[in-house]
Design a protein around this ligand. Structure first.
Ligand code: PAF
Length: 311
């Protein structure tokens, strides 16, 4: 497995691979790789000859410096995981490589990044779309893979790629889940045992709305109420948002649903059993399709994986 640290070297490599007719898939990551990332690599492999992974903890997308400084750095384990998964190349830029002295050029998707996570994390998506643009320019991939769990990020990157004319197909990869339904996330390791137990309400809330839909309910407020009833069962849960949105524009939906709708959740849990101190913010989502009267979105069946598990 090759390692490259500079944009110039990666661009030369991409040019050579493209000239040889090989398709490149890029999986952008911030490291701390878990089974969810492995599934992104698997999706990438199905769409290209070469799978390239970037590992870069992007300072521009953190709202709080403590979050950035506390972000897990596990480079050796990450490289082992990439090697084991047959990744062809890892891009490991240093901060100065992507944000040179005096950096002042940003890529911002305006409307899509305002609601949901954008409302509580100002500047976050601007940091994401800026770094992803730089990664696209460096790796020149034919396809790039992002997790569907971060739905708004996926939507913003797709919009950015379209608006700026990047010749990249942006692919969403289905959310992987623990046996009880909790979506895999690097943040799950910060949940104490009690918060971990309660965190299952996110998946249950999505299921409750899905069941209400399957039973014939179409009213947006009633579907949201079904989800909220489940969320309220976790005493430690502080709901940041529980909303039905248009999957394309992320505009709020109300009244009877007649087209697919995104049910999106963000919920905070106390990291410590006493409820004080840091809180862990979890997100999840599901696409509900009233036309099929059953759930779309293609989440894979729950799998039992320990978050500590490495390939
Ligand atoms: O999803 C992530 O890990 C990050 O937001 C990404 C896409 C790698 C950009 O830094």
């Amino acid at each position: 497995m090759e390692r490259i640290a500079t944009t110039r070297e990666l661009q030369a490599r991409a040019d050579a691979e493209r000239a040889a007719g090989r398709r490149i898939a890029l999986v952008p990551t911030m490291g701390a790789l878990h089974a969810g990332h492995r599934s992104l690599v698997e999706t990438a492999r199905a769409h290209a000859d070469l799978v390239w992974v970037s590992i870069f903890v992007n300072p521009a997308q953190f709202n709080e410096s403590a979050d950035f400084e506390g972000y897990p750095a596990e480079l050796d384990a990450d490289l082992e995981a990439c090697e084991a998964d047959g990744v062809d190349l890892v891009f490991l830029p240093k901060r100065e490589e992507l944000y040179p002295e005096g950096f002042q050029t940003w890529v911002e998707v305006e409307d899509l990044t305002q609601p949901l996570c954008g409302a509580s994390r100002p500047g976050h998506f601007r940091g994401v779309t800026t770094v992803v643009s730089k990664l696209f320019l460096a790796a020149k991939p034919h396809v790039a893979v992002f997790g569907e769990k971060d739905y708004q990020q996926l939507a913003a990157v797709r919009r950015m790629a379209r608006d700026l004319g990047f010749d990249v197909e942006v692919i969403g990869s289905p959310t992987l889940r623990e046996a009880d339904g909790l979506a895999l996330s690097s943040r799950n390791v910060h949940l104490g045992p009690e918060a971990r137990r309660q965190a299952v309400v996110l998946a249950r809330a999505l299921e409750a709305a899905e069941h209400a839909l399957a039973a014939g309910e179409r009213d947006a407020a009633a579907l949201l109420a079904a989800a909220q009833i489940e969320l309220a069962k976790a005493p430690g849960a502080e709901v940041e948002y529980c909303e039905l949105r248009c999957p394309e524009t992320l505009a709020t939906l109300a009244g009877p649903l007649c087209a697919p709708a995104l049910l999106a959740l963000a919920v905070h849990f106390p990291a410590d059993p006493d409820g004080r101190g840091a809180r862990v913010r979890l997100i999840d989502n599901r696409l509900l399709d009233p036309r099929e009267a059953r759930v779309r979105g293609g989440d894979r069946a729950p799998i039992a994986i320990s978050l500590e598990e490495r390939p």
